[in-house]
Design a binder for this molecule. Structure first.
Ligand SMILES: [Zn+2]
Ligand SMILES: [Zn+2]
Length: 889
């Protein structure tokens, strides 16, 4: 058979580049718009155009590639749709930073030039991540790559906006939003990060306007009092029941404001009375709407006090705070101050404190959309995996607020709304209007704001397939089959795609959503540059190869658990790659003289039947695990098969036949099995380790004409399920293991050939052992094997048991029994001591309270290994004592 000569070791750097180019050249990643085969599609969570590959991307994209390669090999017409997100704030910030170095701001350039500059940046530096995904082996259909700001997608965004607007689902309103005074934009509730802050609670006296007393309010932000328009108490609070409706004099502003009653007030916080600043607090804003209070904003978009702030006008918000406190103290209004720990909201991009602000924004009415998105999950039209996330999804959807979609940025999809300077008409249109339809005037001004980045990504599953055009791709691939993403964007993205997909396409965007966990370090800590525990995927790929890296990610991806990574773990799977390579060299060298035609009538012997039965089980397990997105189970199953069953047992058991020591027929049957099993093994492994498997597949076939990635994924073959043969072989393996254990316990060198006696009560077992004697002799390295029914136990033997079968290994002349006994006793004494120390340590309460969890875990591991050692030594010693009893020592 023509096989390729393999080098001594796998060279990932060379093979990865060569094979990826080969796949691209042969267009194996390309999906067909129309095909006889069933469709299977995934849209990529589009990485930011500013993005660089981090461990989160590496995990996310490895899992997608595993599924897409698996489905492709199963014969599906697979599409993995790639692309990138324009990432509004992130990208704008990058270019603004670049400008700042030149001493410029975006305002110096003006909108048009600034946007041109962002495009320039994108062409030059954007999308680095796409090449990094290629290094990860991702088999995306790159010819279809989309960008959320490209022409087609931008047009789709306008279509959806206009449709929502015309159906009364979009409105503009005054609203309190989270404002970042640094980025100059509203950001969503989800984009606010909360940081614990040790601050103060100031208690301030507000005198009644009629001079009959006072009411005390508590606040963490005294400067906002400049914009107070009421004081609120709980309607049932007995302290204030007769004060409701009275007026107080707002200190420093000399202005009367009312005392109102509202259920929202907590009676036991501070004095039970709170100041209401609708312009600076979302809860106060809601209360103002309920009570029709005046809404005054005293802080402007830069975080500076404006003209409504009296004499504090022009002061920065924290500077104003200090001055307000000083003036309140001077005026005798400050009752006291106490330390107070609370959370302060910050911009997730630049960490500036958020300033809640009332401004005109565009909103999507979300409740009707959310209701349909919930129903789709209830009806299982979309399945969330793991299902534990469903509750979180429903909870969030039930409490959802209208979606503020406008952002005060320049980089993004500009809102398709124009205002007529002549008659004031509002024009909402998919195309730029050139005149006003009402007055024919041409002085039209487009809305300054752009849409939230998530607006376009919410449309991603259908816009990437060509919507609003009714393309064949849309027909074939929508709804998509599966979405794989991190649980952290369930609301940002997944929920919004559900809502928009159902609204626009009248169908769910995907049938399954698999949510994976975050990648952490091996101790479970979050990875970060500052704590020095972050892992750069590209460094890992350079060091250990892509295959080892990907396999590690899959092996540690268990549903509902963090993915804990360390370079050592990846290195561990690099050894697995080496193991596979060495097994391949051995396999291929034994196939050099293989003649397939001559092998046709050669019958399989026991090891062949056994390994094929095991292969069947592995195929079944890997397939089922991948169908259920149990990546770690699939990886474990294929790992065990390759390492333990194929390498440890089958390759060893097949050697006599391969070396022609049995018969030409046996050699042919063994060669045939090696080829079939090794090939199937590579196919099962291919989705996880695409490169080394392709290299070996081509070596096996002696040609690069046929690629593993378009070969058919193995299926269970009924004729290979041989339960009897499996049981028989496993009994022989147990006997061999038992002899090997005795060898190990008694420290008999592997080169010493043993004479072994086997006693069994049962005729069938005896026949099996006799049939398989050659494997036992060979693999346990025996000089002779005697099998008898009900053999009397001879003297001077170590005994092993497999079921009711007894294995006797005579030791006389092989082991120095007295010396061995002394050694075992000494070792046993030492282990007993270790064991006692370790158990005492673990029983100690102090240790449990103070030690870090990983230290405790380590100690528990030590204890377990001492216990195991103890049992083994004790067993060996008992065997010797047994011989003593027999008078042999
Ligand atoms: Zn910011
Ligand atoms: Zn007009």
């Amino acid at each position: 058979m023509a096989t390729k000569e393999l080098g001594k070791a796998f060279e990932p750097a060379d093979a990865e580049k060569r094979l990826y180019d080969y796949w691209l050249k042969n267009r194996f990643f390309a999906a067909k718009d129309k095909s006889e085969s069933p469709a299977f599609s995934i849209v990529i969570p589009p990485p930011n155009v500013t993005g660089m590959l981090h461990m989160g991307h590496a995990l996310n994209n490895t899992l997608q590639d595993i599924i897409i390669r698996f489905k492709r090999m199963q014969g599906y017409n697979t599409l993995w749709m790639p692309g990138m997100d324009h990432a509004g704030i992130a990208t704008q910030n990058v270019v603004e930073q670049q400008l700042r170095k030149e001493g410029l701001s975006r305002h110096d350039l003006g909108r048009e030039k600034f946007i041109a500059r962002v495009w320039e940046w994108k062409e030059k530096y954007g999308g680095v991540i796409i090449n990094q995904l290629k290094r990860l082996g991702c088999s995306c259909d790159w010819d279809r790559e989309r960008f959320t700001m490209d022409e087609g997608l931008s047009q789709a965004v306008r279509e959806v906006f206009v449709r929502l607007y015309n159906e009364d689902m979009i409105y503009q309103g005054d609203y309190i939003v989270n404002w970042c005074p640094r980025c100059h934009t509203a950001i969503s509730d989800l984009e606010v990060e909360f940081k614990p802050d040790q601050s103060n609670l100031w208690n301030i006296r507000y005198p009644f306007a009629d001079g009959t007393g006072e009411i005390v309010v508590a606040t963490t932000r005294p400067e906002t009092m400049l914009g107070d328009t009421a004081v609120a108490v709980h309607p049932d609070d007995p302290r204030y029941r007769d004060k409701i409706g009275k007026k107080v004099m707002l200190p420093l502003m000399n202005k009367e404001i009312p005392i109102i009653a509202d259920d929202y007030v907590t009676m036991d916080f501070g004095s039970g009375a709170v100041k209401i600043t609708p312009g600076s607090d979302p809860n106060d804003f809601a209360m103002a709407q309920r009570h029709h209070l005046e809404i005054i904003s005293v802080i402007d978009t830069e975080g500076i006090i404006n003209e409504h702030g009296g004499k504090y006008k022009g002061q920065e918000r924290y500077e104003a705070r200090a001055n307000v406190i000083a003036d309140l103290e001077k005026g005798g209004y400050m009752v006291g101050v106490e330390p107070y720990a609370h959370n302060v909201g910050q911009c997730y991009r630049c960490k500036t404190d958020i300033e809640p602000m009332v401004s005109k924004q565009w909103f999507v009415k979300i409740k009707p959309l959310a209701a349909k998105a919930m129903a789709a999950v209830t009806k299982k039209k979309t399945r969330i995996v793991p299902s534990s996330w469903e509750a979180t999804y429903f909870d969030w959807m039930n409490n959802i607020r209208d979606w503020c979609i406008s952002r005060q940025l320049w980089w993004g999809h500009r809102i398709p709304v124009w205002y007529c300077g002549g008659c004031g008409k509002v024009i909402v249109s998919t195309a730029d209007p050139d005149k006003c339809p009402a007055c024919d005037g041409t002085s039209l001004k487009q809305d300054e704001d752009v849409l939230d980045t998530w607006f376009s990504s919410a449309l991603w599953p259908f816009t990437t397939l060509g919507w609003p055009e009714r393309t064949q791709a849309l027909k074939t691939f929508y709804p998509t089959s599966l979405l794989i993403t991190g649980f952290d964007i369930l609301f940002f993205w997944v929920a919004r795609m559900m809502m928009m997909g159902l609204y626009v396409m009248k169908d769910v965007p995907f049938k399954d959503v698999y949510l994976h966990a975050l990648v952490r370090d091996e101790k479970g800590e979050k990875m970060s540059k500052s704590s020095g525990n972050s892992i750069d995927p590209l460094v890992m790929i350079d060091r250990y190869g892509t295959d080892a890296f990907r396999f590690t990610l899959a092996a540690y991806t268990a549903q509902g658990r963090d993915v804990r990574m360390s370079p050592e773990r990846i290195e561990g799977y690099k050894f697995f790659v080496n193991k596979i390579w060495n097994a391949a060299r051995l396999t291929l060298s034994n196939l050099a003289d293989y003649d397939e035609n001559r092998s046709l009538n050669a019958p399989d012997a026991l090891p062949e039947k056994w390994i094929k039965a095991k292969l069947n089980e592995t195929i079944e397990e890997v397939t089922r695990s991948l169908d259920e997105y149990r990546f770690n189970d699939a990886a474990a199953s294929i790992y065990n098969f390759i390492w333990h069953e194929y390498c440890d047992w089958y390759l060893e058991a097949s050697k006599p036949a391969l070396y022609g020591k049995i018969s030409p027929e046996r050699k042919l049957a063994t060669q045939r099995t090696l080829k079939e099993v090794f090939g199937a093994m590579m196919q099962l492994l291919h989705p996880f380790m695409p490169f080394v498997t392709e290299e070996l597949w081509q070596a096996l076939s002696g040609s690069d004409e046929n690629s593993i990635m378009v070969s058919r994924f193995p299926v269970v073959r009924e004729e290979w399920s041989e339960k009897e043969a499996e049981k028989e072989m496993e009994m022989l393996m147990d006997i061999i293991t038992s002899v090997r254990n005795i060898r190990g316990e008694m420290r008999i060198p592997p080169s010493v050939k043993l004479k072994v006696l086997i006693s069994t009560a049962d005729e069938a077992t005896r026949a099996s052992v006799e049939n398989g004697a050659r494997y036992i002799v060979n693999l346990a390295n025996l000089e002779s094997l005697t099998v008898e029914e009900n053999l009397r136990e001879p003297k001077g033997v170590a005994t092993g048991m497999v079921g009711s079968t007894k294995i006797f290994v005579p030791l006389t002349g092989i082991v120095d029994i007295a010396g061995e006994k002394a050694r075992l006793e000494k070792e046993l004494a030492k282990v007993s001591k270790d064991l006692e120390q370790s158990s005492r340590k673990l029983a100690n309460h102090d240790f449990h309270d103070k030690a870090a969890p990983e230290i405790i875990e380590k100690e528990e591991g030590k204890l377990k290994s001492f216990q195991e050692k103890f049992v083994a030594l004790e067993g060996a010693l008992n065997k010797l004592k047994e011989m003593n009893r027999q008078g042999m020592a």
